[in-house]
Design a protein around this ligand. Structure first.
Ligand code: ITT
Length: 189
């Protein structure tokens, strides 16, 4: 029997989906994975990228869908890598970032969740978490998790067991969940 989902999460990144699933499960929202290489435009803000990604995703999956665009913004590097976080991670990785960050280590992770359905009017939910870039790689985690220490903690995201209760993704999804549950999930079943 096919499983019923309330919504789909479109992404090429299985780690993002695993976290989104855990978080939305806790809000009682069933999310399916629409694994897809979303077209990413070059833009100055992750908001613009998220809008374009969710329209692309809806045109492909034809079901109510969310996507997420994220960025790691390092203050002393004037917000770099920001909207280019995925590309920069692939090119220079965490070791490259650690070389670029010298003394001032403040940074923030930003998340934009974008929702789209047949109305084709994307709705956005944004959040961020501030913190610092660690001095070296700590813990096993994906992406920038081994070098990001959220404010008020001594451990990196990769070392923390409760990342999904305090991350940028959790905060943006919490806003989305409250909106989505209010508009009656059952409409989409
Ligand atoms: P999709 O666009 O297909 O969803 P992506 O990995 O390319 O997947 P983004 O364009 O949003 O996603 O890229 C943001 C990058 O920032 C991502 O590839 C990671 O390297 C990094 N990143 C975002 N959130 C992260 C997190 O919670 N922990 C570690 N790294 C993260």
């Amino acid at each position: 029997m096919p499983q019923l989902y309330d919504i789909f999460f479109a992404s090429s990144n299985k780690y993002k989906y695993q976290e989104v699933k855990k978080i939305l499960d806790n809000f009682g929202i069933k999310v399916g994975f629409f694994k897809y290489d979303l077209t990413e435009i070059q833009a100055d803000t992750i908001k613009e990228i998220a809008v374009q990604k969710v329209i692309d995703a809806f045109n492909q999956c034809k079901k109510p869908v969310i996507v997420e665009d994220d960025g790691l913004f390092i203050t002393s590097l004037r917000g770099f890598p920001g909207p280019f976080s995925s590309y920069v991670y692939k090119k220079i990785g965490n070791k490259g970032i650690l070389k670029l960050v010298q003394t001032k280590r403040n940074a923030k992770f930003q998340s934009t969740i974008a929702f789209c359905d047949k109305k084709k009017k994307p709705i956005l939910f944004e959040a961020n978490v501030s913190g610092k870039i660690s001095k070296n790689l700590r813990g096993k985690g994906w992406g920038y998790d081994p070098i990001f220490v959220p404010s008020g903690k001594l451990k990196t995201f990769a070392e923390l067991s409760n990342k999904n209760e305090l991350s940028h993704r959790y905060r943006a999804l919490k806003k989305f969940a409250s909106w989505f549950l209010n508009k009656r999930v059952s409409t989409y079943r």
